[in-house]
Design a protein around this ligand. Sequence first.
Ligand SMILES: NC(=O)c1ccc[n+]([C@@H]2O[C@H](COP(=O)([O-])OP(=O)(O)OC[C@H]3O[C@@H](n4cnc5c(N)ncnc54)[C@H](OP(=O)(O)O)[C@@H]3O)[C@@H](O)[C@H]2O)c1
Length: 251
Amino acid sequence: MRVFGLIGFPLSHSFSKKYFGEKFLREQIPDCRYEAFELSSIDQVSDLIKNEPPLQGFNITIPYKQEIIPFLHKASKVVKQIGACNCVKIVDQQLIGYNTDVEGFKQSLQKKLLPVHKQALVLGTGGAAKAVAYVLEEAGISYQYVSRNKAQRTGYLHYDQVDDEVLRTHLLIINTTPTGMYPRIDEAPALNYEALTPQHFLFDLTYNPEKTLFLQKGESRGAAIQNGYDMLVIQAEESWKIWNTALEELS
Ligand SMILES: NC(=O)c1ccc[n+]([C@@H]2O[C@H](COP(=O)([O-])OP(=O)(O)OC[C@H]3O[C@@H](n4cnc5c(N)ncnc54)[C@H](OP(=O)(O)O)[C@@H]3O)[C@@H](O)[C@H]2O)c1
């Protein structure tokens, strides 16, 4: 039996457990199990890797994407650069860290990205925002973080500073905050949505609800919209590839 899993806290409704369970059935992948491990402290990860049968790999979600890093024996270039890890491959009890959110966001973004989307606003400054920023840099898209409380002198914009001129010049807006996520579906980041146009592209990393208030407001102004569902599926599939590829072939 090959065992994989997800660590995080809380894990009351895990997309990944359901996704992998269905994948194993659909693709008739034998002898595999994907478990949700709700850890109240990241220190419990040391015991987890002693489980029998041994874990071959796991995903990491809130709040451990950064806290896992001191436990890694090796980390990919992306993990080192952004300081967030959402996928671990275990080889001989050694933990090797990867970030598949980056690939998930990259592939999902490309579907509706146009040459006009040259400047972006990244709402939020957590682990997912760093994965987003990495992809934007790679794509040559300049970006500005928008934060509720990070110091403005260090280059972050406060929501109050995102005026109509900022919205006019930043045609790509990516919500990496939990605002609008179930059950608080009647909330949206504090922007003047009236200033949006059909040239705008609004991407929300949230996938529940399918169309957040942020996306609804963008759509009503004619903007292109994308939710986080494809990103989620792509990052899961990228994790599966990593767990099934020999270490020597991974970068
Ligand atoms: N679709 C996918 O595959 C995928 C992958 C990764 C993450 N996600 C989603 O992305 C979101 C962020 O994940 P994360 O790991 O980056 O979380 P995180 O590390 O907690 O960061 C979220 C950021 O959002 C801002 N924020 C937090 N609470 C807020 C609030 N009430 N109002 C406004 N801003 C708030 C904070 O930035 P400031 O304090 O600077 O404002 C915070 O740094 C989650 O909803 C997660 O489910 C989706």
